[in-house]
Design a protein around this ligand. Structure first.
Ligand code: NAP
Length: 253
């Protein structure tokens, strides 16, 4: 994907957490197609992350894979230091890394709760805190947090996940207010059911399809298109503090 003639992110650097697979992978490829140099963060799938980088560079774009558990302060600091030493700036942050540890409340172990909160909520805080310092100096930046419809509507078996995702929504609105005067936008993207590894094992697929007015799962590339809009489009400079659903019509506010 050679940078398109639009290449609205030429000369910019984008960090995408959890970009080895699924939505993050598609977002990394979409941002690279806009000319951004993309940091492809991952936790353990180094081969998959290298494949994303190869796909981007093979198409004329620029990317680098960086391993870090973004739920850990020291690893986030080290990721950000590496990016700054190499590129000296960060213009776009996509807080995408996430896990699910689904089980009903009464069976939920503290470690299932904690692991999901640590990555899906605390990870968003750690990356945003570290990278917003850079964006504040640049007086520009776009931060996109991936939440979920279940943070808005709840879902049996996902008390940990829905609490973390609802937390991301409150965090997004607060940080949008704190950073607005410096030209930094902060928005949340709320996907419904998207066809990735995370949803591959869902048993009650037929039941879920009944909840989706458009009658199908979304594709990672569709979510990436929305992320690309928020990161690169001129109109998105005037959008902040919003939760934008991409869910086939599951949630209609
Ligand atoms: P996925 O296919 O399971 O991929 C998860 C990504 O997160 C992988 O790249 C994984 O890296 C990375 N990751 C996991 N733990 C990490 C850690 N501690 N530090 C850094 N990266 C880590 O997930 P997905 O479906 O694309 O979901 C992406 C985001 O969208 C998540 O926040 C998820 O909650 C949200 N979401 C998904 C759906 C859906 O239906 N799929 C719906 C709503 C919201 P490794 O490959 O190295 O493990």
């Amino acid at each position: 994907m050679a940078a398109s003639s639009e290449a609205r992110l030429q000369g910019q650097v984008a960090v995408v957490t959890g970009a080895s697979r699924g939505i993050g992978r598609a977002a990394a490829i979409a941002l690279a197609a806009e000319g951004a140099t993309v940091i492809v963060n991952y936790a353990s799938s180094s081969q998959a992350a290298d494949a994303v980088v190869a796909e981007i560079t093979g198409a004329g774009g620029q990317a680098m894979a960086l391993q870090a558990d973004v739920g850990q302060t020291d690893q986030v600091d080290s990721l950000v230091n590496t990016v700054m030493e190499k590129y000296g700036r960060v213009d776009v942050l996509v807080n995408n890394a996430g896990i699910a540890r689904d089980t009903l409340l009464l069976r939920m172990k503290l470690e299932d709760w904690q692991a999901v909160i640590d990555l899906n909520l605390t990870g968003v805080f750690l990356c945003t805190r570290a990278i917003s310092k850079i964006m504040l100096k640049q007086r520009a930046g776009r931060i996109i947090n991936i939440t979920s419809v279940v943070g808005e509507m709840g879902n049996p078996g996902q008390a940990n996940y829905s609490a973390a995702k609802a937390g991301v929504i409150g965090f997004t609105k607060t940080v949008a207010k704190e950073l607005a005067s410096r030209g930094i936008t902060v928005n949340a993207v709320a996907p419904g059911f998207i066809a990735t590894d995370m949803t591959a094992d869902i048993k009650a697929a037929e039941e879920i399809l009944k909840l989706i007015p458009l009658g199908r799962y979304g594709q990672p590339e569709e979510v990436a298109g929305l992320i690309r809009f928020l990161a690169a489009d001129a109109a998105a400079a005037y959008i902040t503090g919003q939760v934008i659903n991409i869910d086939g019509g599951m949630v209609m506010a």
